[in-house]
Design a protein around this ligand. Structure first.
Ligand code: NAP
Ligand code: ZN
Length: 335
């Protein structure tokens, strides 16, 4: 079928109409796109921050739509199903990682922006195993950020195996950070948010978390060795040592983002009298996605979003680029 999309032709370019042909495979579904977010990661792909962007680039890796057609082997989904689609589009389902249920590490995986076209389009064709039925309790537009930001922070938190009522920190209250706060709060933990944006204090308090101004070092040193877990969503330069010091013995520091430049860490902070752990977390598995969607539905976890029509995609991209948004921008396809 002929898919109408919007592509960026070169590094830093603007989206323009772009058509591509794609036939539906036996394991695939064709999904009419209703909503697609403009996330920080999309803007970073447009500026080729990580050097692996393939142009022409059709960004958009948090998608909600409706199944229009199913391939011959598809039994789990049917026409009319409302589905969410994230970053990963394909896996081999045969390698050691796929067999262990960690498809996100598959050596043959395909992901949006690097291997295939994304959600800034009227349709997307994807392996049905990467199109997830949305629980009915979730509103479509507000559920969009769950599909990448949500699964990433949820699986990062799951891996920490936190004790009950842990003391936890979230660095950065953006797309990923706000979802991390919501999950951690509903899991029953005591949440502190380290943010450089004073105007987010009220929103953070309303989410049930304490606001800490990250630029105020005095605030931070006063609570050293208090935390079981800290998750960082920061992609700007910062000093990890400050936050490692906040961790209790055996505390865990999880990175789901990092600055582009190398970041020095005092390695002694990992072992001297403490045995702390640093780990990274890359999106999540299909099981993480299903567990996360069920948890979100049960606890009414959705993102606060601003919905804009598809034709304002350029404005949305520029706003995210300029750091002018405090909540996720979601594009709605009216066609
Ligand atoms: N690991 C994975 O698999 C995975 C998956 C999805 C996304 N990501 C990555 O996660 C990162 C964050 O994405 P996002 O959508 O959450 O981005 P975002 O909405 O832009 O949030 C990032 C947050 O960082 C803080 N920040 C921004 N500029 C800052 C500055 N100059 N100084 C201090 N803090 C600053 C802000 O929080 P405050 O205003 O509260 O300080 C901002 O809200 C991106 O790099 C993305 O690529 C990783
Ligand atoms: Zn595989």
């Amino acid at each position: 079928m002929k898919i109408k999309a919007y592509a960026i032709k070169e590094k830093g370019g603007k989206p323009a109409p772009f058509y591509y042909e794609r036939e539906i495979g036996d394991n695939e579904v064709s999904v009419k796109i209703i909503y697609c977010s403009v996330a920080r990661g999309d803007v970073q792909f447009i500026s080729n921050d990580w050097g692996d962007t393939k142009f022409p680039l059709v960004p958009g890796h948090e998608i909600v739509g409706v199944v229009e057609e199913t391939g011959a082997n598809v039994t789990a989904l049917k026409t009319g199903d409302r589905v969410g689609i994230g970053y990963q589009q394909e896996a081999c389902f045969e390698c050691e990682f796929c067999k262990a249920g960690n498809e996100q590490f598959c050596v043959q995986q395909k992901v949006i922006c690097v291997d295939c076209y994304g959600g800034l389009a009227d349709h997307i064709i994807v392996d049905n195993r990467f199109a997830f039925k949305l629980p009915s309790a979730l509103y479509s537009a507000n559920a969009v950020p769950l599909l990448s930001s949500g699964v990433t922070v949820y699986s990062a938190i799951e891996r920490a195996q936190l004790p009950d009522r842990a003391v936890v920190g979230v660095l950065g209250a953006g797309g990923l950070g706000q979802l991390a706060i919501r999950f951690l709060h509903k899991m029953g933990h005591e949440v502190y948010v380290f943010s450089h944006s004073l105007e987010k204090k009220e929103m953070i308090n309303q989410l049930g978390a304490e606001f800490v101004l990250s630029s105020n070092a005095d605030n931070i040193t006063a609570i050293n060795k208090q935390f079981d877990f800290i998750i960082s969503t920061l992609n700007v330069p910062y000093d990890p040592d400050t936050f490692l010091r906040l961790l209790k013995p055996q505390g865990k520091f999880c990175l789901v983002a990092s600055p582009l430049n190398k970041t020095p860490v005092s390695l002694g902070l990992l072992y001297d009298y403490v045995q702390r752990t640093i780990y990274g977390n890359y999106v999540g598995s299909r099981k993480n996605m299903t567990d996360m969607l069920n948890f979100a539905a049960k606890h009414h976890i959705e993102s606060e979003v601003e919905v804009m029509p598809f034709h304002k995609m350029n404005e949305a991209i520029e706003k995210v680029k300029a750091g002018e948004v405090n909540i996720r921008l979601i594009l709605e396809n009216h066609e």
